[in-house]
Design a protein around this ligand. Structure first.
Ligand code: HEC
Length: 88
């Protein structure tokens, strides 16, 4: 497995957030995919926590760590992020 860029905790790059300028349709598609990925990928190690439990900023930090644990490629991390935000 090739390890992608190691993202340190001090790196504030919102790696899990989708670009701000995506269209509503693209956003809806990410949401739909995130809704499918979330229970499958995020419940391997613990219960999947609802989006309402954390703020968008907290989710960015959490996903920065969890997407490596869950082995999510960036697009999937974005999908989960959009889903968790949309579920608020
Ligand atoms: C390989 C196992 C694994 C997978 C897969 C995984 N997690 Fe976690 N998760 C952990 C562990 C271990 C902790 C607790 C220790 C820590 O915070 O690093 C944790 C903690 C958390 C927390 C708690 C943070 C807090 O402060 O209470 C949240 C929220 C979370 N994970 C979300 C997710 C989401 C969302 C996904 C899917 C993208 C995911 N996790 C996938 C192992 C995993």
């Amino acid at each position: 497995m090739t390890s992608s860029a190691v993202v340190g905790c001090s790196n504030m790059q919102p790696a899990s957030a989708p670009p701000a300028n995506i269209s509503p349709a693209e956003r809806r598609e990410l949401f739909r995919r995130g809704a499918q990925l979330w229970p499958v990928k995020c419940m391997q190690c613990h219960n999947a926590r609802p989006g309402s439990e954390f703020t968008p900023e907290q989710w960015q930090m959490i996903l920065m760590h969890m997407r490596t644990l869950a082995n999510l490629p960036p697009q999937d991390a974005q999908a989960v992020y959009v889903y968790l935000q949309g579920g608020r």
